[in-house]
Design a protein around this ligand. Structure first.
Ligand code: G3D
Ligand code: MG
Length: 311
């Protein structure tokens, strides 16, 4: 199959799996390289998809600047909810979902499709364009997640914001750690049970950190966009994590406090550059307004189960 056939086949499978109205892959210049609409929805034609995308041309271009994997934006339009997901440096996946749909259920599939688009455009051999089969029985996975970063960057605030109503806490006084548990639903049938470990205060003792980091499967690295030193320190946090828990820990990097627009000192591009150097996906949040907080944990959940749900 040619690149274009593969991309179109991929979109067809994506649409039939997620029941979205339509989807398109757009390049740097806002040109559509593939587009499909759901056969069940007659109100939407390929022409209409093109029209919607052309109207959003400037928006799409600015999304490219926010490049990177899993960079995601959603907006409401008359035709439905539009979801943009970056698919590497060359493309953006645009999805038109019904207004009533739950984006958190669609997004993991969008991420999978975005990864496959990267592979197809890189012309890697044998990209499987089918959607992963998710088993009929519910699946549950449990993970220990540690949150890392300098004091005051907003680690505790982010966790508290995420777990808000449904939480249960346990305090381990021996290592000054608070553990919060929450079940996160992904793609309907998958439950990700997070144990979120948060160091209370700044624990400098090596032994404490050892116990804190040992056996974790995931890490969230946090810095404060108003304090550049907290960004550059993430490298040290990562070295420590690698030394104790190994390099296989799934990680995501977060720039927090984006509500402090006036005081902001680290730009998106600078944050993203460090994330790239550390090999991490990057998102920006505000624990204060709640902006992107669920999405950060959702991306982490996806990173954790991806290998288990995709072929
Ligand atoms: P830490 O756990 O990383 O040490 P905290 O950080 O969660 O305790 O947060 C440190 C301070 O930053 C707190 O303020 C908290 O309210 C504030 N903060 C955390 N996240 C945000 C954010 O996204 N935006 C803004 N504006 N402030 C944030 P105090 O005053 O209580 O020390
Ligand atoms: Mg704290």
């Amino acid at each position: 199959m040619s690149t274009s056939e593969l991309l179109n086949e991929l979109l067809k499978n994506y649409i039939s799996k997620t029941k979205v109205k339509g989807a398109a892959i757009v390049d740097h210049d806002g040109l559509i390289i593939a587009s499909q609409v759901s056969p069940d929805i007659d109100e939407l034609s390929i022409g209409a998809v093109t029209g919607v995308i052309e109207k959003l041309y400037d928006r799409i271009k600015s999304e490219f600047k926010l490049g990177g994997r899993f960079g995601t934006t959603t907006i409401e339009q008359e035709v439905g909810k539009l979801i943009f997901v970056n698919a590497g440096p060359k493309a953006i996946l645009t999805t038109i979902a019904p207004s009533t749909s739950d984006i958190d259920i669609i997004l993991p599939y969008s991420y999978i499709v975005a990864e496959k688009i990267v592979q197809i455009l890189d012309k890697r051999k044998e990209v499987d364009v089918s959607m992963p089969e998710v088993t009929e029985e519910p699946m549950k996975f449990s993970f220990k997640v540690v949150i890392l970063g300098d004091g005051g960057v907003g680690k505790t605030s982010l966790l508290t914001r995420f777990v808000e109503k449904t939480f249960e806490q346990e305090y381990k006084s021996t290592i000054g750690t608070n553990i919060m548990r929450i079940d996160y639903k992904l793609m309907d049938k998958i439950t990700v049970a997070f144990s979120l470990w948060d160091l209370a205060g700044q624990q400098l003792f090596q032994k404490v950190r050892q116990m804190y980091l040992a056996g974790c499967q995931a890490a969230l690295f946090v810095y404060d966009v108003t304090r550049p030193d907290t960004l550059y320190n993430l490298k040290n946090w990562q070295s420590e994590l690698h030394a104790i828990a190994g390099t296989g820990v799934k990680s995501l990097m977060v720039g927090n406090k984006i509500d402090l627009v006036e005081e902001r000192k680290v730009s998106y591009e600078e944050g993203k550059k460090v994330a790239d150097e550390l090999g991490l996906s990057y998102l920006e949040t505000s624990a204060k307004t709640g902006d992107n907080v669920n999405r950060a944990f959702g991306s982490l959940a996806f990173l954790l189960v991806k290998d288990k749900i995709t072929k």
